[in-house]
Design a protein. Structure first.
Length: 282
């Protein structure tokens, strides 16, 4: 259901309900769940479904044209992914994996593919993974997927299942719409803020500290020697310092605390490494 963009409200939500029923019949098939995208499409046929479910009341309502419409949408998606979702790989079968979503080549399908992976990972850490096992998901260039991700709910769930999510957008607006962004900001444990031109909303999460502000009185002839002082709340992190950060420098913010950090740069793979490095490093 996460692969295709279906309307969730209004008259068009009818098509979502049709697709949900067809997919349920395809996945809860008497022969077991589908093992490939081709098998999914093959089962999206009214005659085959009626043969598999001779007593189904749902199939008495669904028409062949409706099932074909559902198949057409998934056929377009699977045609673009070209079998990339087929096979036996899963989150359970690997210690670490790197998944590249080509948002240029799959401009329209990247959102659906991201939702599929995020939804499957959420099912993995809430249902399939042992609670004692730690898992982490890092999403680089998150802003390219944020509008389709629906990540706020997963961030809110993850901590209770010994799972961490690291989301890396370029700017705060890359976290999704305002509601989604606010939920994520309110749920995250740690924020690492590199140079950004609009840091105020981010540094506000570090809170403020009480500092003395002084004022000096001036007259026409110059400083009078009089002045005043008052205690004022100031950001713990100076926004102008965030705007001027150099590459590799950042501010780490967590639980109302903040500190400036420097991150070591990874070795350049195009430069030969010194002999002291083990060969497996390359």
């Amino acid at each position: 259901m996460e692969i295709i963009d279906y309307a969730s409200d209004g008259p068009a939500s009818w098509y979502r309900d049709i697709a949900k029923n067809v997919l349920r019949l395809v996945c809860e098939h008497p022969d077991g769940p589908p093992a490939s995208s081709n098998m999914v499409l093959e089962r999206m046929d009214i005659d085959r479904l009626r043969a598999a479910y001779p007593e189904s009341t749902v199939l008495g309502v669904l028409t062949g044209a409706q099932v074909k419409q559902v198949r057409l949408r998934y056929e377009a998606f699977f045609g673009q992914t070209r079998g990339a979702l087929d096979g036996s790989w899963s989150w359970e079968t690997t210690n670490a994996a790197y998944l590249l979503l080509d948002s240029l080549a799959l401009r329209e399908e990247a959102g659906g593919l991201a939702r599929f992976l995020f939804e499957d990972f959420a099912h993995y850490f809430t249902t399939r993974k042992p609670r004692s096992q730690f898992a982490i998901l890092i999403v680089d260039e998150f802003s390219a997927l944020a509008s389709a991700a629906g990540m706020a709910g997963r961030v809110e769930q993850a901590r209770g299942f010994n799972t961490s999510l690291i989301l890396a957008p370029q700017v705060l607006a890359g976290m999704g719409d305002e509601s989604e962004s606010a939920r994520i900001r309110g749920s995250v444990e740690t924020i690492i803020c590199h140079r950004v031109n609009t840091p105020e909303e981010i540094i506000s999460l570090a809170g403020t500290r009480r500092a003395m502000e002084h004022s000096t009185q001036y007259a026409q002839e110059g400083i009078t020697g009089a002045g005043s002082a008052r205690v004022q709340h100031q950001f713990k992190v100076d926004p102008n310092k965030v705007r001027a950060l150099l590459p590799g420098n950042a501010y780490a913010i967590s639980r109302g605390h903040a500190m400036k950090i420097a991150v070591l740069r990874a070795p350049d793979v195009h430069t030969p490494l010194p002999e002291c490095y083990p060969r497996w490093w390359t």
